[in-house]
Design a protein around this ligand. Structure first.
Ligand SMILES: C[S@@+](CC[C@H](N)C(=O)[O-])C[C@H]1O[C@@H](n2cnc3c(N)ncnc32)[C@H](O)[C@@H]1O
Length: 368
C-alpha cells in the first residue's frame, strides 16, 4: 500500500484521481478548439452549466468522503495534489491562482475579492477561463456577493454620517454606493495590505483609503495611515514605521485615529474568519469586537461578518485540501460570544443576521 493510500484511503484516492482526470481531459479538449474570442465566450456559456454541475458533484463527493479528516490528512492531501500536476494546470485561472499560490501571502486578497465580484470568464486560455468561472460561481462566492449587497443596504439605513470598514479589500460595496450618486456619507476603508490601496478603484472625495492592521487595533493602537497620493507607490507601511524611515512618516502619510463614539456604522467582512477567540478578552475576536464597538456612536451599528457551517462540504474540501485555505466556521453562539466584553448597558440590540444563502452571517449590534 502506498503512503498516499495509507493516509488518504483508497476510495478517496480513486475519487480524486477521477476529479483530476476530468481537468486534464477538459483541458485537452478545449486546447484543441479553434474559437475566436467572441465565439469562445458563447461556447463557454453553453458548456458552463454541465461542466459546473459535474465539478460541484465531484467536490461534494470528495467533501463527503473526507469529512472526518484530521488537519494533518488535509495538509497531506494538499501536498499530494501539489505534486501531481493539478495545481499547475489551474495556475492560469485567476481564482485558483490566488487561492492556491497566494501571491500576497494569503488567499482572500483584495484582487481575489474583486474577481469574485466581477464573476466573469477570466484566464490565460479557454480551459482557465472556464475553471475560473466555475470557481467564482461556487456557493462561497455567491455568499460573498450577497454579503456585499447586505452591507450596501445597511448604508441606506441612516441619512448621513460616517462609515468605517476594517479589512476593506476592494471596498466594492462602497464604490457601488458612491457610483449610484449617493453623496450623504463619508467612508473610511482600512486594510493592512498596501497593494489593496494601490489597486483601488479610483478616487472619490467621500472615500478615504488607509492602512491599519486589525492586530494593532486589538492591542489598543487606533492609528491609521493615509498614504499621500504622490508617495503611494513607494509606501511600505511595515518598514516605514520603523527605524530612520519613521521620521519620513508625515511626509508619506497623513495620520489618523479611530476615535471612540464617532462612527455611525462600523463593519468588517472577511476578517474575523481568520481570527481566533480566546478566553482572555484582551485577545482575538473578543478584543477586536470591543475595539470596533467602542468606535461606534451611540445610536450607531456594528456589523461583523463570519462564515457559517452552511458552506457546502465540497467547497470546504476545495478550500482546504485543494487550496490550503482555512477559515474558522462559526455557529451562532460563537458569533454572539464575540460581544462578550461589550458592556450590556451599552447594547440596544444584538442579533445574528445572514445574507440569502446563510453562508455569511453577521453579528449585528446596535449601540444605545
Ligand atoms: C476576504 S478579504 C475581504 C475584503 C472585503 N471586506 C470584502 O468583503 O470584499 C480580506 C481583506 O482583509 C485584509 N486583511 C487581512 N488581514 C488583515 C489585518 N490583520 N488587518 C487589516 N486588514 C486585513 C486583506 O488585505 C483583505 O483585503
Amino acid at each position: 500500500m502506498s503512503s498516499a493510500e495509507k493516509v488518504l484511503g483508497k476510495e478517496v484516492l480513486r475519487a480524486y484521481s477521477e476529479f483530476r482526470e476530468w481537468h486534464f481531459d477538459l483541458k485537452n479538449t478545449l486546447d484543441k478548439l479553434d474559437v475566436n474570442s467572441v465565439g469562445q465566450l458563447a461556447y463557454l456559456d453553453r458548456i458552463l452549466p454541465g461542466e459546473r454541475n459535474h465539478y460541484f458533484n465531484e467536490i461534494n463527493r470528495l467533501g463527503a468522503l473526507t469529512e472526518g479528516y484530521r488537519l494533518e490528512q488535509k495538509q497531506y492531501f494538499f501536498q499530494f495534489i501539489a505534486t501531481n500536476g493539478l495545481h499547475h494546470i489551474l495556475k492560469g485561472a485567476p481564482y485558483f491562482y490566488h487561492s492556491i499560490f497566494k501571491p500576497r501571502g494569503y488567499a482572500g486578497d483584495a484582487e481575489m475579492m474583486a474577481l469574485v465580484y466581477r464573476n466573469t470568464y477570466e484566464g490565460s486560455d479557454t480551459f482557465s477561463k472556464l475553471l475560473h468561472r466555475i470557481g467564482t460561481d461556487c456557493d462561497a462566492c455567491v455568499a460573498i456577493r450577497n454579503r456585499k449587497n447586505l452591507l450596501a443596504d445597511s448604508f441606506l439605513e441612516f441619512q448621513s454620517g460616517k462609515v468605517l470598514s476594517l479589512a476593506a479589500g476592494p471596498a466594492q460595496e462602497i464604490y457601488e454606493y458612491l457610483d449610484a450618486n449617493h453623496q450623504d456619507k463619508d467612508f473610511l476603508a482600512l486594510d493592512h495590505d498596501i497593494q489593496t490601496l494601490r489597486n483601488a478603484n479610483g478616487e472619490n472625495p467621500l472615500l478615504k483609503y488607509g492602512i491599519a492592521n486589525a492586530f494593532h487595533l486589538i492591542k489598543g493602537n487606533k492609528r491609521y495611515l493615509l498614504p499621500r497620493r504622490l508617495w503611494l507607490n513607494s509606501c511600505d507601511p511595515k518598514k516605514d514605521v520603523k527605524g530612520f524611515r519613521r521620521s519620513f512618516l508625515p511626509l508619506k502619510y497623513s495620520i489618523g485615529t479611530i476615535h471612540n463614539n464617532s462612527w455611525d456604522l462600523v463593519y468588517s467582512a472577511g476578517l474575523f474568519d481568520y481570527i481566533k477567540t480566546f478566553e482572555d478578552p484582551a485577545k482575538g475576536t473578543v478584543a477586536l469586537t470591543r475595539a470596533l464597538f467602542d468606535a461606534v456612536k451611540p445610536g450607531g451599528r456594528l456589523l461583523i461578518g463570519n462564515i457559517s457551517p452552511k458552506l457546502s462540504i465540497g467547497v470546504k474540501w476545495a478550500m482546504e485540501c485543494l487550496c490550503d485555505w482555512y477559515l474558522i466556521h462559526r455557529i451562532e453562539t460563537e458569533m454572539l460570544d464575540f460581544a462578550r466584553s461589550v458592556p450590556s448597558r451599552e447594547i440596544a440590540s444584538i442579533n445574528v443576521i445572514a445574507e440569502e444563502t446563510g453562508i455569511n452571517w453577521f453579528l449585528d449590534i446596535r449601540k444605545r
